[in-house]
Write a protein that binds this ligand. Structure first.
Ligand code: ADP
Ligand code: MG
Length: 707
């Protein structure tokens, strides 16, 4: 009985816990006067501006609610170009002039903030003497209380209106996509009750957990988030025993706590499991609007990092914490749905005759084929360069997987011949007690960078540490652009169905080269893709060299996402970020090699030579002794290490002195990374022959298998 009660309590408490720190619709309905509540809902649903006086009432209700949850401060929470989030806390206090204070929060403070913006990257858009930037409330993502602060999601723009963040362009891209999708729906007579079309996103987050004390002993992990040295452990991921394996004690407790925290913040954390690599894990929430999903993903990353130390763990979200085993990515599941609840990428029971579905499907295929360089740039970073194309993640070539069933459907459209395979399939497991169920419209292909997975596309190239805003801005915008062209072409048609079919056939014919249903990890695909003319931008500098190509600038400026200058600024910011990252990594390696590895190696040499001289003193022959052989081997490697350290130092200095952002990034990519790899190879070899007691930091075995 008591156990049943407990279980019931737990169920109720999760329901109560969920969103308990969020100023969501239910709270607003309860706390706002009816007419104000209605106008806020109109703002949220239809982007109608909220009046000054209404904002005043909302601010006051928000403050009272937040203070009941223990908040003393508020902050405009924004997403500058660093890829992280930023916050500055202000107390609610307002002096009365009589030596006391009242707690106040005005509509003006809710709607607009003026943080000093001079130290955020702007790519030269804003001179430092014009440091002013504005933050503007985003009512479409709920405010929440974390700790003792009320967080208000905001956009961030400069004094003269240039975009300095990732939220503003994301909201703009959602708006154009909505407008153009509705135009297309009208052609099908399917837009009657539709006011808005939203891009929905579910982002699966991968991460590693290592022991906190071991982490604290590694300068590379502390300064760069990844190991820059380290020989592979005797065991890696080859036994495939970690993927979906039992979640062990400390990690399970950690995950439970993370879920509770996320639920209280209204983040619908749903799935947790062990990933492929040892000590690698994944968390996935239920999908929501691209805007909320982006805010939520920031909260997820922040919560994982913040909660880990409580369990003596450290959470690594870097894309490549360990050489030789899988790195971490983020799968961006993307679809578009009407506010009446229709998923426009749902094939339904008979996709071959679902012209509306085919229109949206082919629009996505065309968009991806036309703007691969743009999409590739949005996932480019120093960390992600270690994954893409490394047989653990999709290659840097963008292609689309649609699966056999849809391939048949598309083929039917092109040739007019039906293979009959395209209808909904039911799966009979041959086990009587198990009900038959409908299979997804696609089977699984884990190697594709952009896969159709039943009723959504899964963009799999994102790095674990990246904001998901960039890829979704690009996706929304390029799909909106193509939908606009479709609507323009078909709006005048008086034989719509036939015209539409013929039109789609032409578009598919022109862009079907981007579809690839095979194994993306093979060399044959790299060659085949080249024959098809698909770009293969292997590194971040290569990708960003194409970011501002005319067609990319045109699609962004035409849809009012970015101006030409804003694109150039973004290109520069990302190239600089890349160079800075490699520069820090190179310098960390130099410091570790000089201050830690070489002294450790010399300690070992000293002990060996002491033994040698002691043996010689008592007349023991030492010429071919173990000590003599070891000293010679270690001394030779140490000499290489010293030379490689100096070489890395020199190329790093040379790269750091280059002025032009593109040239500088090219130099870090070509020269500095090469020198880093050479130094690492020697150090890792030394690690395997010098005794463990000499080695200055925890090795892979310790890091990977003791959590
Ligand atoms: P996987 O098998 O790749 O782990 P899942 O089916 O578990 O994928 O779903 C992964 C993510 O996709 C989840 O965040 C889920 O909410 C999200 N998702 C499901 N349907 C949609 C949709 N229509 N639009 C966007 N995301 C979706
Ligand atoms: Mg996935």
């Amino acid at each position: 009985m008591s156990e049943m009660l407990e279980k019931k309590d737990q169920k109720d408490s999760i329901v109560d816990l969920f969103g308990s720190k969020v100023f969501n619709v239910a709270v607003m309905r309860k706390r706002l006067p009816k007419h104000i509540y209605k106008s806020v809902m109109r703002t949220i649903k239809y982007d109608e501006p909220l009046g000054r006086e209404d904002a005043e009432v909302v601010a006051n209700a928000m403050k009272d609610w937040a203070m009941e949850l223990g908040a003393t401060h508020f902050t405009h929470w924004f997403q500058p170009m660093t890829g992280a989030t930023a916050e500055k806390h202000d107390a609610f206090i307002s002096p009365t002039g009589e030596g006391s204070v009242i707690m106040e929060f005005s509509g003006k403070e809710l709607v607009k903030g003026e943080p000093d913006a001079s130290s955020f990257p702007s790519g030269g858009l804003r001179a430092t003497f014009e440091a002013r930037g504005y933050t503007a409330w985003d009512p479409t993502s709920f405010a929440f209380v974390k700790g003792t602060t009320l967080y208000i999601p905001t956009s961030f723009i400069s004094y003269s209106g240039e975009i300095l963040d990732k939220k503003t362009p994301l909201l703009r891209s959602m708006k154009v996509l909505s407008n153009e999708a509705i135009r297309v729906l009208k052609l099908f007579g399917a837009a009657d009750d539709v006011h808005k079309v939203t891009s929905s996103v579910g982002a699966e987050q991968e991460y590693f957990l290592v022991d906190k004390d071991m982490y604290a002993k590694r300068k590379d992990l502390i300064l760069t988030g990844r190991t820059l040295f380290g020989a592979m452990a005797p065991k890696g991921q080859e036994m495939e025993d970690h993927y979906f394996g039992r979640i062990r004690g400390r990690v399970r407790h950690f995950m439970r706590d993370v879920d509770k925290e996320l639920w209280s913040l209204g983040v619908p954390s749903k799935t947790r499991h062990n990933e492929v690599a040892p000590c690698q894990h994944e968390l996935a929430p239920v999908f929501s609007s691209a805007n909320q999903a982006t805010d939520n993903n920031h909260l997820i990353m922040e919560t994982l990092r913040r909660m880990a130390p409580k369990y003596d763990l450290h959470c690594l979200i870097n894309e490549k914490p360990f050489e030789g085993i899988n790195g971490s990515g983020k799968h961006n599941n993307w679809s578009i749905a009407t506010d009446t609840g229709v998923n426009l990428l749902d094939p339904g029971k008979d996709p071959a005759n679902n012209l509306q579905f085919l229109t949206f499907l082919i629009a996505v295929i065309e968009a991806v084929d036309r703007y691969p360089e743009l999409l590739r740039s949005t996932v480019a970073s120093a960390g992600n360069d270690h994954r893409l194309g490394a047989n653990e993640a999709p290659p840097a070539i963008i292609s689309i997987f649609v699966g056999d069933q849809l391939a048949d459907v598309l083929n039917e459209l092109l040739t007019g011949e039906s293979s009959g395979k395209a209808k909904e399939r039911t799966m009979d497991l041959g086990i009587n007690a198990t009900p038959t169920f409908t299979t997804d419209a696609t089977d699984r292909n884990r190697t594709s960078p952009f896969a159709f997975t039943g009723n959504k596309f899964e963009f799999r190239m994102l790095g674990s540490n990246q904001s998901i805003a960039g890829p979704n801005i690009a996706l929304n915008t390029i799909v909106a652009e193509v939908l606009r062209e479709y609507a323009d072409a078909l709006e005048g048609s008086d034989n719509f169905e036939a015209d539409c079919r013929e039109f789609l056939k032409g578009r598919l014919e022109a862009h079907k080269r981007v579809i690839f249903n095979g194994n993306n990890y093979t060399d044959e695909w790299v060659e085949e893709a080249e024959r098809r003319g698909l770009p293969n931008l292997r590194t971040t500098p290569e990708a960003f060299a194409e970011y501002c190509m005319p067609k990319n600038v045109e699609v962004m400026s035409k849809n009012d996402i970015y101006t030409d200058e804003e694109m150039k600024a973004r290109q520069e910011i990302h190239l600089e970020e890349y160079s800075k990252t490699i520069n820090i990594e190179a310098k960390t390696m130099l410091s570790m090699a000089r201050h830690e590895i070489l002294p450790a190696v010399m300690d070992c040499e000293k002990d060996l030579t002491t033994v040698l001289s002691q043996k010689a003193a008592v007349g023991i022959e030492t010429k071919d002794s173990v000590e003599a052989v070891m000293v010679e081997k270690i001394a030779a490697l140490a000499k290489d290490l010293l030379a490689e350290t100096d070489a890395l130092d020199a190329v790093t200095e040379k790269a750091a002195a280059i002025e032009d952002a593109q040239e500088q990034a090219n130099s870090y990519c070509a020269d500095v990374i090469g020198a880093m790899n050479a130094l690492r190879a020697t150090a890792d070899e030394l690690e395997t022959i010098v005794g463990k007691e000499y080695w200055p930091y925890p090795i892979y075995e310790d890091l990977l298998f003791y959590v």
